[in-house]
Design a protein around this ligand. Structure first.
Ligand code: DGJ
Length: 731
């Protein structure tokens, strides 16, 4: 078993193929964190705990005259609140008597094979290829009679450990849970860099890296969605860690709403990281006997750099997270109508776009926003999921039939979570959206957010969207969400329960996705939130691909996709070739480069194909042909970031390598060109050193070692923003 309790030492030992995680029940029943990192067989790392008098840090009462037992210093698995530990706390409870204390002591544990269940929440699942064991540890506060259950699942071969937590109110009182972190991890040192993915609309998941400094560093979202601004992912790594070297700890939160991740460097140069649902405006009422479950955090440790860390997440998310059976299949290459026509289309125009794309080898036509109700701009009709027959006289069925007659599949756009004030739905049910009584709700893109905490609202969404999806042959659905939440107040919740609304919204979202998406395994769903504002593992559980960004500029995408690749598999990143000059930046990038960049994901097109020249169409046709042949490598291989676009400006390069290392695709975009430049070389990674490889376009054969150590000369004929791809295969 990968989980053991060693009674004589009072230690819990979790072991994956390459990592070890150890905890200990201390003298007074506190659960201490001893170690997470490189695998070791030693059963007892208790000697790491060294006690000494910590002056002004109080000691728990049961320590008596012993002033050396300080919870303010000891590494803990789940930090108490209101008792001696002034660092970040894992929990905050308002007890029935009004006090804020929670002091959890070990009471029991359970070990079993398989995985714990998190009802109503997405999480990794165990496949037939996995060996997975669960450890549950009960910590109880005997005074307030609250129990916290810490859940761990060890995915042995994947080198992944998942963590979640649950609170059960066993007291007779009603209590308020104001914070419950899904993970707390203490480190006895703090010489780490904090890496996270930040950004903004149209520039998501940019990589930030900074050393820990005294005090607290925070990322998070309070927008009701995981957000463009910060992604629920963080890494703590050695200061000198790079792609191939150094200890790296990954924390990825399987949740799509408000989240927080904080790292504290304390007075003794130790570090604590916590991650979980954002406690702001969060207050969950727990009556006697009720419980609350915090979502899962996926932990990974790499002792050999960031690339390996990414590979662990990619493998686990491809195989254990995405539930769609279509996730494992090649995705259809689509053309989307948004940047081609926006709201300005009729059936004739759409058919022309589709027709022109057929000759390029496109396989699916996707009708984006604007097909329903009075939706001629973004200020009306959300919620009225009835086809606009002025634009589409034959309805969705008529259009779908015609598209299918061209040999294409058909997909549509929906935005089920929203309502426009100018809609029949809002006129009939003004109380169905989130808004605070007596306050005018703020508007985002002229729309309001439906109250997904309400069962009747969820039922309406499921019924109306199901009717649409069943009205025609629809093989793909882009599920959008175009404003963040404010005014989080539900007209049916009691005032004591209004602090639950942000979380209940997400539970409601998961419920409607469960009902709409998982009951249609043959339909491919793509997540979207003004581009990549909700690109998180929670959404990937339901929707195996996500529109990465509204920014389709291939050069900007180099950074966006670079950041995204740190945790999310390439097979989840939807990426489109669009028109130039680019509509977001005005930049001109050759069609070939746009294709090479979009191939670093799920390739698609987003332009008016009727305006393309024959030459452009021919380039796209070749792109699509190549993409099809490279797809297994791109979607299932290991990903290598060959450059850091933030620190190296001449070119950006990346590589997909097959699992057996016999095949690779190396792609490069020249981002900076000067006259009479020095010769550049691009070095491959992940090949077998003594295997011989042929490189398409180059004479002869080369050892893997040579391609990785000396590299391939970057053609000096490449001009700024031009791209080159090398297909490498063993001979
Ligand atoms: C935002 C998305 O990111 C776009 O791709 C497009 O679908 C629009 N919404 C439609 O309103």
């Amino acid at each position: 078993m990968s989980v053991r309790y060693i009674e004589s030492k009072k230690t819990f030992m979790l072991q994956t193929r390459n990592t070890t995680y150890q905890m200990k029940i201390s003298d007074y029943g506190y659960l201490l964190h001893l170690y997470y990192g490189e695998r070791m067989e030693d059963e007892d790392l208790s000697y790491l705990i060294q006690l000494q008098d910590r002056g002004f840090s109080p000691n728990p009462n049961e320590a008596g005259n012993d002033r050396t037992f300080s919870l303010d210093v000891l590494p803990q698995e789940f930090s108490s609140d209101g008792c001696c530990d002034y660092r970040l706390s894992s929990i905050e409870i308002k007890n029935g008597d009004g006090s804020y204390a929670f002091v959890g002591k070990f009471v029991k544990y359970a070990i079993y094979s398989g995985k714990y269940a998190l009802e109503g929440l997405p999480s990794l699942r165990v496949t037939e290829q996995d060996t997975a064991d669960t450890l549950e540890i009960w910590l109880e506060d005997k005074v307030s009679q609250l129990t916290v259950v810490l859940c761990y699942c060890v995915f042995e071969e994947k080198d992944i450990i998942t963590r979640a937590a649950m609170v059960v109110n066993q007291s007779a009182d009603t209590i308020y849970l104001n914070r419950l972190m899904s993970v707390t991890m203490d480190f006895m040192d703090s010489e780490y860099d904090f890496i996270h993915l930040d950004g903004r609309h149209t520039m998501e998941r940019e990589l930030s890296r900074s050393p820990l400094s005294y005090g607290i560093q925070t990322i998070g979202s309070f927008r009701g969605a995981s957000s463009h601004q910060h992604n629920p992912f963080a890494v703590l790594c050695d200061r000198d860690a790079n792609e191939d070297y150094g200890r790296c700890y990954g924390f990825s939160f399987v949740y799509s709403g408000n989240f927080v991740c904080k790292v504290e460097k304390d007075q003794y140069d130790q570090a604590r990281i916590i991650m979980g649902i954002h406690p702001k405006h969060f207050s969950f009422q727990l009556k006697s006997g009720e419980s609350f479950t915090a979502p899962e955090v996926v932990l990974a440790y790499s002792g050999k750099g960031l690339t390996h860390l990414s590979h662990m997440y990619h493998n686990a998310y491809r195989e254990n997270l995405c539930r769609s059976p279509l996730a494992k299949e090649m995705r259809p290459i689509l053309i989307n109508s948004w940047e081609a026509a926006y709201f300005n289309f009729d059936e004739k125009k759409l058919l022309e776009i589709a027709e022109a794309a057929v000759s390029m080898g496109v396989e699916m036509f996707v009708l984006d926003d604007g097909w329903f109700g009075n939706r001629n701009s973004d200020n009306a009709a959300l919620g009225d999921w009835v086809v606009n027959t002025e634009k589409l006289p034959g309805g969705l069925k008529g259009l779908s039939d015609k598209i299918h007659n061209m040999g294409l599949k058909f997909g549509i756009w929906i935005e089920p979570e929203m309502v426009s004030e100018d809609s029949e739905l809002y006129r009939q049910h003004p109380d169905w959206c989130l808004q605070i009584p007596s306050r005018q709700p703020s508007r985002g893109r002229f729309q309001l957010v439906l109250d997904l905490s309400r069962a009747d609202v969820r039922d309406y969404i499921v019924e109306s969207i199901s009717e649409v999806l069943d009205s025609a042959k629809i093989e793909y659905v882009k599920w959008d969400m175009n404003r963040f939440i404010t005014d989080a107040w539900s007209s049916i919740a009691e005032k004591e329960k209004q602090g639950e609304i942000y979380h209940r919204y997400i539970l409601g979202l998961y419920d409607i996705m469960e009902r709409i998406i998982l009951s249609r395994p043959q339909v491919l769903f793509c997540g979207c939130c003004g581009g990549g504002g909700r690109f998180d593992p929670g959404m990937l559980y339901y929707q195996p691909q996500i529109w990465c960004s509204d920014n389709t500029d291939a050069v900007c995408r180099l950074k966006i996709q670079y950041g995204t690749s740190f945790v999310y598999p390439i097979s989840t990143i939807e990426s489109h070739v669009s028109v130039c000059p680019n509509e977001q930046t005005g930049r001109y990038v050759p069609m070939k480069t746009r294709g090479v960049t979009a191939m670093d994901g799920i390739l698609g097109y987003e332009l008016d194909s009727t305006r393309m020249t024959d030459e452009e169409k021919q380039i796209c046709k070749e792109q699509i042909k190549k993409y099809r042949s490279y797809y297994p490598l791109i979607a299932k291989g290991d990903y290598y970031r060959l450059t850091n676009p933030y620190s190296f400006s001449q070119y950006v390069a990346w590589e997909h390598v097959s699992k057996d290392k016999r095949e690779a695709l190396l792609s490069l975009v020249l981002t900076e060109k000067e006259s009479n430049d020095a010769q550049q070389y691009v070095k491959a990674k992940g090949l077998i050193p003594d295997m011989r490889y042929q490189v398409d376009g180059l004479e002869g054969s080369f050892s893997g070692q040579l391609l990785m150590s000396a590299g391939i000369p970057v053609p000096s004929s490449l001009l700024q923003y031009e791209a080159v791809q090398y297909y490498i295969r063993a001979v």
